[in-house]
Design a protein around this ligand. Structure first.
Ligand SMILES: Cc1ncc(C[n+]2csc(CCOP(=O)(O)OP(=O)(O)O)c2C)c(N)n1
Ligand SMILES: [Mg+2]
Length: 604
């Protein structure tokens, strides 16, 4: 049964006529521009520096298109916008108060930046005319220049100097955010501009004349060389990373992989290759790298790092595979966005055939070139490889199966069991995962075809961003009939627990499964490693690390917001009934939280 279709519970302002297109004030113009750009939602946490915008949203555009979505922490506003884009391909706006609101967003703006997600952050400041400032508060909430706080982690920021400059500023923000490589932008509006009267008969711009340019096409010479290397290879392999931002690109990648019998490793920023496919070789990267004579990277965030053997977490070192004749192709537009504020540009990969284009554009053209070059000799080599890979894949699946079996029946529920049971429960549904390292949690078992069933991972590893991201994806999917599902850590959930209120308020459904190991476990693992390295007692790794005494009761917290709560589930046998009840609640349009007490996972 598909999820129930509901009418979205918009707060309709009393006695207001939607008067879009006839702006009277600077802030009316801002709302007009957002509507012209087809922005459906703006996530907000209110503040007096955007009282003009807030008034226009309510009393001018009648809280529709964009509709304001109230959040209880600014980091959730930005995360929601990011999740919304991931699931819909459309940008969403976050509007935040002056200095303090903006500072609260910074972690999630960075997360969006590393995720190459177009989030349009708007804010207020001032008044810049100090004569108009209230004592104290307006002074501490004004900055010169406010965008400086996020300049290194946004593609662009602006602070228009007149009402007449507002349309251009918003249009450019939209274009900058959306043009690949996509990323967050910030536009700050002086209070005085928001509250300034517009000239009578103000004319709005024709936004159709400012359309986004299509993404750049790859150089034909580079494409031909890439095809030549791939067709002539003994063993080509592929690392796929942001490919899954386009479902069509994933289909083309499957076609290419099948045509060439080329194993693929999905690096995890998106769901870029079907798990369980005969060429899904996640888990066998190291063996393949030693043999592969050609590596095809597709939009890899860290190609160089991905081509290394596992990291020794104590020394932080990772060795490069010794394969001197290996040739590397990389299609990516990431280089166009790298800045100097943070080192998210990663180590510079050695690449023989660089292609400055995304995979959605590159793959169809590469397929054509490869097909053109395939001759009988190449075909014979590919056929031999296909059967050799089938044996390798069989061995890989057996190893994965044994690994999963080893972690299935444990005194406490393992992360693997949790993921396997969740997969069992949701695969019968019209599901879509909005987050979760699902491929690695229960390898070989979960079979997810592509981004239409999993919007992927990715970001800056910022604990606390994901609840908002999942909520934003679920907002985008609210009327799709799909059941949005995610697995969240207890630590990350608690960091943004107030996101549950927004879910309740706006009827945003979703199944949130909390992998509750009562710990910031990732760091427990680090404490154990360092203590052992220094010859100190590793048992102390749990100090200032565990969320016990008292434990966090996520199901009760969910219920206090009027949401469906299950658990804590402590026995594996109770998982299926809990998931079943929770999925029923989701189908009725609710967010359901299932708190599962898990064991801390085995570490590296
Ligand atoms: C903002 C932020 N603070 C701290 C960290 C360090 N950190 C990385 S993972 C992690 C643990 C997260 O806990 P939880 O969500 O429960 O996941 P678990 O590791 O227990 O599975 C922490 C604290 C971080 N990445 N980001
Ligand atoms: Mg945890």
């Amino acid at each position: 049964m598909a999820i129930a279709q509901r009418t979205a519970p918009t707060e309709i302002p009393a006695g207001v006529q939607d008067r879009a297109g006839r702006p009277e004030w600077g802030s009316d113009l801002i709302m007009d521009m957002l509507r012209l750009l087809d922005i459906e939602y703006a996530a907000v946490l209110p503040g007096s520096t955007f009282r003009g915008i807030h008034d226009s949203a309510v009393n001018y555009t009648a809280n529709t298109k964009p509709e304001f979505i109230l959040c209880n922490h600014e980091m959730i506003t930005v995360s929601m916008a990011r999740g919304y884009w991931r699931a819909s391909g459309k940008p969403m706006v976050a509007i935040v108060h002056n200095v303090v609101g903006l500072l609260n967003t910074t972690m999630t703006i960075y997360d969006a930046w590393v995720d190459r997600s177009p989030v349009i952050v708007l804010g207020g400041t001032g008044p810049l005319n100090s004569q108009n400032r209230r004592p104290w508060i307006d002074w501490i909430h004004t900055a010169n220049v406010q965008g400086n706080f996020v300049r290194g982690i946004t593609k662009w920021d602006d602070q228009p100097g007149s009402v007449a400059s507002i349309p251009e500023s918003i249009l450019r923000a939209y274009r900058k955010a959306m043009t690949e490589p996509a990323g967050p932008v910030y536009v700050c509006f002086d209070i005085d501009l928001q509250e300034e009267a517009l000239p009578a008969n103000y004319q709005l711009p024709d936004v159709n004349r400012y359309k986004l340019a299509p993404p750049p096409e790859p150089d034909r010479g580079a494409l031909r060389e890439a095809a030549r290397l791939l067709v002539g290879a003994e063993l080509p392999m592929c690392f796929a990373d942001r490919v899954g931002q386009s479902a069509e690109a994933v289909r083309r990648l499957v076609e290419l992989a099948e045509l060439l019998a080329m194993p693929v490793i999905d690096l995890g920023f998106r769901w870029s290759f079907p798990s369980g496919h005969e060429l899904d070789f996640d888990g066998m990267k190291n063996d393949l790298l030693k043999e592969a004579d050609v590596v095809l990277g597709l939009e890899c965030m860290d190609l160089e790092g991905s081509m290394k053997l596992p990291v020794n977490y104590t020394t932080r070192q990772a060795d490069k595979v010794d394969n001197p004749n290996q040739r590397v192709i990389h299609a990516s537009v990431d280089e166009l966005i790298h800045g100097g504020q943070t080192t998210d540009f990663q180590p510079l990969p050695a690449v023989d055939v660089p292609i400055l284009a995304n995979s959605a554009v590159t793959l169809p053209l590469l397929l054509e070139e490869v097909r053109r070059l395939l001759d009988a000799g190449a075909q014979a080599r590919i056929d031999r490889r296909r059967s050799a890979l089938a044996d390798k894949q069989k061995a890989l699946r057996e190893k994965q199966k044994a690994g999963v079996e080893r972690l299935w029946d444990r005194p406490q529920i393992s992360e693997t069991r949790l993921a396997g049971e969740l997969w069992e429960a949701v695969q019968k549904e019209d599901y879509i995962f909005t987050h979760g390292r699902f491929r690695r949690m229960c390898p070989g078992v979960v079979q997810i075809p592509g981004p239409e069933r999993h919007v992927g991972g990715g970001g800056a590893g910022a604990v606390g961003a994901m609840p908002g991201v999942c909520l934003g994806s679920s907002l985008a999917l609210r009327d799709s009939g799909k059941v949005p599902v995610c697995i969240l850590g207890d630590g990350e959930t608690l960091s943004s627990i107030q996101a549950l209120w927004t879910a309740a308020k706006y009827g945003i459904p979703g199944l949130w499964v909390i992998n509750n190991n009562h710990s910031y476990y990732n760091d427990e693992n680090h404490q154990e490693l360092i203590a052992k390295f220094r010859g100190r007692p590793p048992e102390n790794k749990t100090v200032a690390m565990r969320m016990q005494d008292p434990p966090v009761d996520f199901a009760t917290i969910a219920r206090t917001f009027g949401l469906h709560g299950e658990g804590p589930v402590k026995e594996a046998n109770d998982l299926q009934p809990a998931f079943k009840r929770a999925i029923e609640a989701v189908k009725e349009g609710q967010l359901a939280v299932v708190d599962v007490w898990t064991e801390t996972r085995a570490h590296a």
